[in-house]
Design a protein around this ligand. Sequence first.
Ligand SMILES: [Zn+2]
Length: 88
Amino acid sequence: MSNKSKFFFIDCSEAAECCNKSQYKEAKFFDKVRLMFHLTFCKTCRSFSSKNSKLTSLIEKSKIQTCPDENKEQWRKEIKKELVEERN
Ligand SMILES: [Zn+2]
């Protein structure tokens, strides 16, 4: 993966780390963005985060839960496109 992809794509362990940081208010803005991004795609972490009240309020603030499915679909398409372009 390129650095650009790595910037946005974190794995579940990194997401958990961001999650812990956000509990202790140590998370940087980009940590939160990456965490949100991960939660958009990862059901496992979403269900984990729903048990974490601090994180849930963070997500509510970001309005990610009210993000329409079409928007998420659009993101997925754009990400896929970007990844294909990077491989070429
Ligand atoms: Zn995950």
